[in-house]
Design a protein around this ligand. Structure first.
Ligand code: PAF
Length: 320
């Protein structure tokens, strides 16, 4: 498994996945899963590189209809399976799971899986039903693929926290691995939706990472008042071409808000520029005197998991 010579097999049916899983049974290394909606960019490929360091890797490419609200970009979401396959072949991925909607949502499907609480604020407030779609499809994919490690990207911080909760609450025997947010040279977080931006809009979109810089600078100067820091982020985002959904500083633990910032917190922004809804976030460990950049969840970093699992290859240095 994992040779990069032949084309990467594309599996369409859950039964095919089951057969592959049986073949992978008994490997010393964990079976690793990277769920995606395709149109893979460097951020996804970095997650796949992390996955490949652990063990045999399965990547799903499935544009999940239930996580899009009416009027969102489900229809125009880029679908480029052959290009994705080529990129994944170069990384030695073992299989791509690319089912049809009917394979995932079997005729008559009536089941939804809901995580409460953590899904209420932030994107939960602005994308009705989004997380219900995400947790439902991830539960289905986890049951079909049966990975031991699942890799998600920190760009979707709330999604990571929701999946972490789901895995615990439903007793999935899967370790969540959270890879860092990939960034373009101009600082913009890598996202499939960046494709929707014109060069001018892309320039404007740089206010998202700048708003996080502002939050970081204030925390480093000793500011601990949440409202003040959130207002400063809003000021950076306040451009005529930017429609802000939120610019919040929240506890990682429960995504709640404290008046005075302390402990593990995430500064999270979401805004629409042109036709693209963009997200970004940065996580901090805030003490009374000091502040440092921190992972979202210590036990989910690639480096932490690399101490727990026998590795197939060394982790690329940038993820250590
Ligand atoms: O992050 C994504 O691309 C999607 O939400 C996921 C996890 C693949 C579920 O459809």
């Amino acid at each position: 498994m994992g040779e990069s010579s032949g084309p990467t097999p594309i599996l369409r049916k859950a039964e095919e996945l089951r057969a592959l899983r049986r073949d992978l049974e008994g490997s010393d290394h964990p079976v690793v899963f990277v769920p995606t909606m395709g149109d893979l960019h460097q951020g996804h490929l970095d997650l796949v590189r992390i996955a490949r360091s652990f063990g045999p890797t399965i990547v799903s490419v499935f544009v999940n209809p239930t996580q899009f609200s009416p009027g969102e970009d489900f229809d125009r979401y880029p679908r480029r399976l052959e290009a994705d396959r080529e990129r994944l072949r170069a990384l030695g991925v073992d299989a791509i799971y690319a089912p049809s909607v009917d394979d995932v949502y079997v005729p008559g499907d009536q089941t939804r899986v809901e995580v409460r609480g953590l899904t209420d604020p932030l994107c939960g407030q602005h994308r009705e039903g989004h997380f219900l779609g995400v947790t439902t499809v991830c539960t289905k994919l986890f049951n079909i693929v049966r990975p031991q490690v699942a890799v998600f990207g920190q760009k979707d911080a709330q999604q990571c926290l929701v999946i972490h909760r789901l895995l615990r609450d439903l007793h999935f025997d899967i370790d969540l691995c959270i890879g860092p947010t990939g960034r373009a040279e101009d600082g913009l977080a890598l996202s499939s939706r960046n494709r929707y931006l014109s060069p001018e809009e892309r320039e404007v979109a740089r206010v998202l990472p700048r708003a996080l810089d502002r939050a970081q600078a204030l925390l480093e100067e000793g500011e601990r008042g949440r409202e003040l820091i959130e207002s400063a982020m809003q000021e950076v985002l306040a451009q005529p071409e930017v429609r802000v959904d939120y610019a919040d500083l929240r506890r990682v633990e429960d995504l709640g808000r404290s008046d005075m910032v302390e402990g593990r917190v995430v500064a999270a922004v979401a805004a629409t520029v042109g036709g693209a809804r963009l997200l970004d976030n940065r996580c901090f460990e805030v003490g009374r005197e000091r502040v440092r950049l921190a992972p979202l969840l210590d036990e989910c970093t690639p480096a932490h998991l690399a101490r727990r699992w026998p590795m197939q290859q060394e982790l690329p240095e940038e993820f250590l």
